[in-house]
Design a protein around this ligand. Structure first.
Ligand SMILES: Cc1cc2nc3c(=O)[nH]c(=O)nc-3n(C[C@H](O)[C@H](O)[C@H](O)COP(=O)(O)O)c2cc1C
Ligand code: SF4
Length: 426
């Protein structure tokens, strides 16, 4: 395996006017889409994407081609594609780059994906705070219609497609795929119970594929260069090139496109310029905030791919890498994260609705000098009773950083308890 600073998704980001259709087409844009809809069968496209090894970039990392193959082949109902551009995971800002700098790359992926899953309508769901991305994508959709790339009987192929942009209203939960569907339907965005899975019963009860922006942006490249090309990028069991987002205490935070399999420590020391102010690393949360924290010893040996991170009990999630230096108060950091989850809980399930604010109260006690040794067991007990007992994975995602911080940084909680004890009492 060779380690590379790939330029696949970000290849055009630096070009002047990279958002414009004219430049995209000069670079060969939409040629793959037009040849796919004229020369391939939908199942052939699904097979190529399956063999490419592409896994979803939205968090769960499910095989994209396999997900597409779950859409019923025979159905009287319309089939929909929903592109998840809610990008609400803390520490994650990769989809935003695609939306703002190369929206036609995404839209070409939309066209090919819809052809593959036999969808004739796509909703691109963007978080409302992405004002620049929303403008760029809407302009790109308008350009694509004007050029006859979307609409009826595209380029005489017989394939028709309508693409709509839909904005959310800024809630983390709307990034959860079934909550997103309710949001598009105009309903309260509560996540739905699964099964039925959206591929069978999704938007308005019809078969629906939901994929992340970065996932879909990969599709034109895979169809252009082939399944084997993609399968050969990075780690063989989790191939591809990813937009890694690094935030927190590094000298140069930002996004970096690298193939999977890259050593995490090298990313921190190289492109990110090391820990800010020459400090030592204390911890990394590797997959957006909803993943288990890694210690410096683990960071030194891990490669950035699903098998590597999983072997350490954590997950790659949305590839949002949050770096914490030696001065970080881990109890305070944990409290900060748990406030987020408590605030964003949709309130549908009791363990999540009641449990996350309870956890906040306990952590706040530690910060106020009132933490007790029994609180540590209570936190772990609460986590055990929340994880796996809710409708959606928001609660699981909240428990992973919590339990890993309580277990790996127990000494920081204990130091706070010790500091509460009266000293010098004879
Ligand atoms: C609370 C919560 C928030 C989520 N937010 C996002 C998000 O902002 N963007 C995203 O693509 N997926 C998000 N997901 C994951 C989606 O439910 C879904 O797995 C994903 O969009 C599927 O796309 P993929 O297969 O291309 O990864 C979230 C999941 C949960 C539980
Ligand atoms: S786990 Fe939390 S966010 Fe998810 S459905 Fe239940 S209450 Fe809502």
């Amino acid at each position: 395996m060779t380690l590379k600073h790939s330029k696949v998704l970000s290849a055009r980001f630096d070009k002047e006017n990279s958002q414009a259709l004219a430049g995209y087409r000069e670079d060969g844009g939409y040629e793959t889409f037009l040849s796919v809809i004229k020369q391939k069968q939908p199942d052939e496209v699904i097979d190529i994407v399956k063999r490419s090894g592409l896994h979803g970039r939205g968090g769960a990392g499910f095989s994209t081609g396999t997900k597409w193959s779950f859409v019923p082949k025979q159905t009287d109902k319309p089939i929909y594609l929903c592109v998840n551009g809610d990008e609400s995971e803390p520490g994650t800002f990769k989809d935003r780059q695609v939306l703002e700098f190369d929206p036609h790359q995404l839209l070409e992926g939309v066209g090919i994906t819809c052809f593959a899953v036999r969808a004739k309508v796509c909703y691109v769901y963007l978080r409302v705070e992405f004002a620049k991305g929303i403008r760029a994508v809407q302009h790109a959709i308008d350009e694509a219609y004007a050029a006859g790339l979307f609409g009826q009987d595209i380029d005489g192929s017989g394939f028709s497609l309508d693409v709509h942009l839909h904005t959310g209203a800024g809630a983390y939960i709307c990034g959860e795929e079934t909550s997103l569907l309710n949001s598009i339907e105009g309903a309260r965005p509560y996540p739905r119970n699964k099964p039925p899975f959206p591929a069978v019963e999704g938007l308005w009860g019809c078969p629906t594929v939901i994929n992340n922006v970065e996932t879909i942006a990969n599709v034109p490249h895979i169809l252009k260069h082939g399944a084997e090309w993609h399968a050969g990028l990075g780690h063989p069991e989790d191939p591809g090139s990813r937009l890694w987002c690094v935030s927190g205490h590094v000298a140069k935070p930002g996004w970096f496109e690298l193939e999977t399999g890259y050593p995490l420590q090298e990313l921190i020391d190289g492109p990110c310029g090391g820990i800010r102010g020459g400090k030592q690393l204390k911890a990394i949360i590797p997959g957006g905030s909803s993943s288990k924290v890694l210690l410096p010893d683990e960071v030194r040996k891990v490669t950035m791919d699903t098998p590597g991170i999983r072997a350490l009990g954590s997950s790659l999630g949305s590839a949002g890498i949050i770096v914490l230096d030696e001065d970080t108060d881990m109890v305070d950091a944990c409290l900060n994260l748990m406030k987020f989850y408590a605030h964003e809980s949709c309130g549908q399930c009791t363990p999540c609705r009641e449990g996350t604010p309870w956890i906040v109260k306990i952590l706040q006690r530690f910060m106020d000098g009132e933490g007790k040794a029994s609180d540590l067991d209570l936190l772990l007990d609460l986590a055990e009773n929340i994880e796996g007992r809710t409708v959606c994975a928001l609660a699981d995602g909240a428990m992973w950083p919590l339990t890993s911080i309580v277990i790996k940084f127990r000494h920081e909680f204990e130091a706070k308890i010790a500091a509460n004890q009266p000293v010098g009492v004879a």
